[in-house]
Design a protein around this ligand. Sequence first.
Ligand SMILES: Cc1ncc(COP(=O)(O)O)c(C=O)c1O
Length: 412
Amino acid sequence: MNARIAESFYDVARVRADFPILSTSVRGKRLAFLDTAASAQRPLAVIEAVDCYERTSHANVHRGVYQLSQKATDAFEGARERVRRFLNASSLKEVVFTRGTTESINLVAQSWGQRLGPGDEILITWMEHHANIVPWQMLCQRTGATLKVAPIDRRGELDLATFKALLSNRTKLVAFTQVSNALGTVLPIKDMIAAARAAGALVLIDGAQAVAHQRVDVQALDCDFYAFSSHKLYGPTGIGVLWARESVLREMPPWQGGGDMILTVSFSGTTYNDLPYRFEAGTPNISGAVGLAAAIDYLDALGIERAHAHEQRLLKRATAALKAIDGLQIIGEANEKSGVISFVLDGVHPHDLGTILDDEGVAVRTGHHCAMPVMDFFDVPATARASFGCYSDDADIDQLVRALGRAREVFG
Ligand SMILES: Cc1ncc(COP(=O)(O)O)c(C=O)c1O
């Protein structure tokens, strides 16, 4: 869809009315919620779906023959089917529910990663979230494999040539984010996947910052693993997804043992359940899955492309407005960006800045954004980060700019 046409139909006031929290106030001020990259707010449709499940359908899943348990199982498995369609996965067996992106990546590191040994390499990029760094460091410590890191440049873009040069037949897995949470950079994942495939490596994509802003088709992407969290997608916390290619998942050993992931258990040995249950030990987050399905329905009805076009317009406007502020430096100026702006203000520590903005009702994230290597690269201890979602509007930007003016006054 043409971005301009898509955006012209976008009624942000109506969208905002779907999110009850946006009409609350903070310290007597209008709430300008600009921390969607950390966790998105929930629309009424999600809140009500979870509420309805809790009131009418809750029981444990996959276990009871009684009607309520079957109802809960239908809701849970219905949510899996909703995720399958959302990602255009070819089979339900490929959709594993986890606690979120972090757990999805740890699952791959602990299960698939067992096959690695000395001489094997994993390639990541310099702009990964800690969730896509630390599990691989731990895996390398356990197995003797080596972690390689593709560099970035001062604009916050990946050095694609060096990324490709770091690939070899030793590379067993390439794991990268689709969108940087700290910089907003949209990575050239098509080229990266093609290069990784040519080197014979598997590909894991951290989709945490992407799924709510662009349509994802795991078959078209031709990756092997795709991880995301529901709470970045307007759904509940504590639930997320690991999508994995069935042929890859089938060869992976279970990573956590317990109920639901087994077929038979005896003291002489245990046999494991079929996919995807083999990777879902214990009672799952059933209401979370119901909420995630409702969030996907909501975003689909809204139109992910239309929301994206709206966010891109806000990004442009906010970037121009922030650049006009004396002493403000934007960290991360990639050509293609998602609705994320990291910045520092001369002479003001980001944490102090965050406190002043909060006084003005503006919620932004301050800190290292779980991307300390990015902070090191830009030689800053932390940044302030404003990020947009489908409900963000021009008034949020105006309020942010006014609050930054106030911070300038306070700190001189
Ligand atoms: C790019 C990226 N990857 C991974 C994560 C971790 O997500 P979660 O904490 O939901 O597991 C985040 C969260 O901010 C993120 O932005």
